[in-house]
Design a protein around this ligand. Structure first.
Ligand SMILES: C[S@@+](CC[C@H](N)C(=O)[O-])C[C@H]1O[C@@H](n2cnc3c(N)ncnc32)[C@H](O)[C@@H]1O
Length: 288
């Protein structure tokens, strides 16, 4: 029987926390606003936590976010990622002691059991097939009492889809649904669970869900999803094959874009009616 998830704490971020996160993340992607806003909220959510090594970074990406968040853990972290090019970038980053190229649902084959004090998964679990097996593998890799810190999207993210909503309002529901599907496919978003759904999935894998921090509430979420859906629209005219490749040089050419867009981020937070409901969430869980 799995334990109920009712004891989980909810902690809200302040606008000052989020703006500090935006400033930190702007160093990595100053002219990609869907990334600076989403990841700025994530950064702010993690700042309240500590991780002790050795750490497992699941869906590690190129290691840049990990290095920004946890520089003191450089060399005391093992990465896992499915994508060969990403694994090459992670290895070249100098952040990881080791990087395994494998699906997280298969990582139990290559990781020693009970070897890690902490696990981390930034913006990764929602993309992963066979989530129960992925979470069971994270639990198996951790020591008893080991901490698991991760961010995910929630069910709200898809509901709020900004550019798709515009299509609906323009009287084109088919185009709206096609946009949602194309965006889901682009990100391979296969686990858009509710907050309670994520807590249940943790409990089923042997974790206690200690705390959840909602990130990217509705007004911000609608803006970010609008920008993200627009950014990843296929475009034959773009050097990258998507609209973002055309937008990026335009934003680079605008005077003081990162600081000016920060005012937009601040403004959206002033309009939030329900900051406790997020398009994403940071979870802090502990292996039982
Ligand atoms: C949005 S990126 C986040 C990367 C990194 N955590 C970061 O914060 O920059 C998601 C990562 O998960 C990886 N990924 C997706 N599905 C995976 C799977 N089933 N197993 C392992 N990695 C996976 C992708 O290759 C990608 O690098």
């Amino acid at each position: 029987m799995t334990a109920p998830a009712t004891a989980m704490r909810t902690t809200l971020l302040t606008p000052a926390d989020v703006l500090a996160g935006y400033d930190a993340i702007s160093a990595l992607y100053p002219h990609i606003p869907p990334m600076t806003v989403w990841r700025g909220w994530e950064y702010a959510g993690y700042r309240r936590h500590r991780l002790a090594g050795p750490v497992l970074d699941v869906g590690c990406g190129d290691g840049q976010v990990f290095k920004l968040l946890w520089p003191e853990l450089t060399g005391d972290v093992v990465g896992v990622d499915l994508d060969a090019g990403t694994v090459a970038a992670a290895r070249a980053s100098g952040v990881y002691r080791d990087v395994h190229q494998t699906a997280a649902s298969e990582m139990g084959r290559v990781l020693p059991a009970g070897a890690f004090a902490g696990a981390f998964a930034n913006c990764a679990l929602e993309h992963m097939d066979d989530l129960p097996r992925v979470l069971a593998n994270v639990a198996a890799a951790l020591r008893p009492g080991g901490e698991f810190l991760f961010s995910v999207v929630t069910d709200k993210w898809r509901q709020w889809g900004g550019l798709a909503l515009l299509m609906e309002l323009a009287g084109d529901p088919d185009r709206a649904e096609a946009l949602r599907l194309q965006h889901d496919r682009y990100h391979h978003h296969v686990n858009g669970l509710s907050v309670a759904g994520w807590a249940d999935a943790l409990a089923a894998a042997g974790f206690e869900a200690v705390e959840h921090t909602p990130i990217v509430p509705e007004v911000t979420g609608r803006l970010v999803s609008f920008l993200d859906q627009l950014w990843h629209l296929p475009s034959a005219a773009s050097p990258t094959g998507e609209v973002g490749g055309q937008l990026h040089p335009i934003l680079v050419g605008l005077p003081d874009f990162p600081a000016a867009f920060r005012l937009v981020v601040e403004g959206t937070m002033r309009m939030e009616r329900d900051p406790a409901t997020g398009g994403g969430a940071i979870f802090h869980a502990r292996k039982r």
